[in-house]
Ligand binder design. Structure first.
Ligand code: NAD
Length: 402
């Protein structure tokens, strides 16, 4: 019997597990994750802002494991040895015939000084929860000190993550204001972005929709201001493009770092040929040097023939990769040739708060209520594709369909 190991119970890993488990193939699967739960990484910003409780975005991995076919091991992956076909966990070593690496992302600091020490990251449920607790603590401290810096929240980077976090923080500001004993409009939300035009993948019209809402909500969006350093309680950004010495300090007691991500550090530490933790994979999503090792989701780079650049890492592509890899292993076991992975994005939609969103679906631009509806439908679909009907019933965004 062939042994298939899946590393990571995120979107890609659980989707591959689902395909392999439901096949009648004579395989044993071992699923490894450091947590005993799966979480919806697309909703971390809501946990950080306190607009969703963490249990609403998590479900137990055992709920989707068929114990006749799969063994789940809760442990941390330290290194992969592709020559010996072994995976070193903190507490155990495993041997595989096929390996699926779906270990997800980590925050990218780009070597900017002080980021690790002086800002908060939001990369999993634990860190998203810490962001929320931190903000609540600062609100309490404002009540004691009346120092406005406790009311100031700075989001670093206005990519998808930064913008969605800002939207959720606006929504959460009433609860924060209640704790601090101030009006919601006194909670100061800043977003500092290096480039002039935010979300360049979208049209002027969609960009304007987003900026108009941020302005309406009094978010201070500072564009064209690359952050050069983070000090305790201050973000230092370059104020004018042509003068590196024109540095400004923005003081705040909450600083959240969302300037981009890289794939898991295990990839580099295991000797894969990688860039920012992502491996440029074969057309069947395997490592160029090892056709028994699949790399999926945030640790994988697949060229988009339309743009001639790797596809952006999204939950949608991770799910598609998981389905593909499960099926491709089944083909390999039957001695059938691989068909290349292909991906057609349904589009991308960014939420700003619970009822506002904007994006592109197919070729159509959507905003406001329809976009928000689509965003929630996409999230329910990823819940369905990883967890099944039970999880959608328990965690789906049914509040929205009322
Ligand atoms: P990103 O790379 O897309 O955006 C990071 C932003 O930070 C960019 O605008 C960049 O210019 C800015 N930045 C970088 N360095 C900076 C600095 N020193 N100072 C100030 N600004 C700086 O990263 P992300 O938003 O974390 O997204 C990661 C991936 O996840 C992307 O592929 C994204 O498409 C995807 N994602 C998708 C969704 C969705 O579909 N709704 C939501 C979240 C993330």
């Amino acid at each position: 019997m062939k042994e298939i190991i899946i590393l990571g119970a995120g979107y890609a890993g659980l989707r591959a597990l689902h395909v392999l488990q439901k096949s009648g193939a004579d395989v044993h699967i071992t699923l490894v994750d450091r947590n005993d739960y799966h979480y919806e990484s697309t909703s971390l910003h809501e946990v950080a802002a306190g607009t969703q409780p963490d249990e609403k975005i998590c479900y137990k991995i055992k709920d989707v494991v068929n114990s006749n076919k799969t063994t789940f091991i809760q442990d941390t992956v330290e290194k992969i040895d592709t020559e010996q076909k072994q995976v070193y966990l903190e507490n155990k070593t495993l041997q595989y015939d096929y390996l699926i690496v779906a270990l997800g992302f980590q925050s990218e600091s780009f070597g900017i000084p002080g980021v690790k020490e002086n800002s908060l990251e939001m990369v999993d449920v634990r860190t998203a929860d810490q962001v929320h607790k931190h903000i609540v603590d600062q609100m309490k401290k404002y009540k004691e000190t009346k120092n406005e810096e406790y009311l100031r929240i700075v989001v670093c980077g206005a990519g998808f993550t930064g913008i969605e976090l800002v939207g959720a923080l606006v929504e959460g500001s009433k609860a924060f204001a209640d704790i601090a004993g101030v009006k919601p409009e006194e909670i100061q939300i800043y977003c500092v972005e290096a480039v002039d035009k935010i979300l360049p993948m979208f049209s002027e019209k969609l960009g304007k929709y987003c900026i108009d809402h941020l302005n309406k909500w009094d978010v201070k969006l500072l564009t064209g201001k690359p952050i050069k350093k983070v000090e305790p309680g201050a973000v230092i950004y370059q104020n004018s493009k042509d003068n590196e010495n024109d540095l400004v300090a923005l003081n705040a007691k909450t600083i959240i770092w969302t300037t981009g991500v890289s794939g898991s550090q295990v990839i580099g530490e295991s000797g894969f040929e990688e860039r920012r933790g992502r491996v440029m994979v074969n057309p069947n999503l395997t490592d160029p040097k090892h056709d028994d090792v699949y790399l999926l989701g945030d640790v994988s780079a697949v060229m988009d023939p339309a743009s001639n650049r790797p596809y952006p890492t999204t939950a949608q592509i991770a799910l598609a990769m998981g389905s593909y890899a499960g099926k491709d292993i089944l083909n390999q076991l039957k001695g059938q040739p691989s068909k290349p992975f292909s991906f057609k994005s349904l589009g991308s939609v960014a939420s700003i708060g619970n009822t506002h969103a904007f994006g592109v679906v197919g070729k159509t631009e959507v905003t406001a209520y329809p976009a928000s509806f689509i965003k929630k439908a996409i999230m329910d679909r990823s819940l369905y594709e990883t967890g099944g009907v039970k999880e959608v019933m328990a965690k789906g965004r049914f509040d929205f369909y009322h």
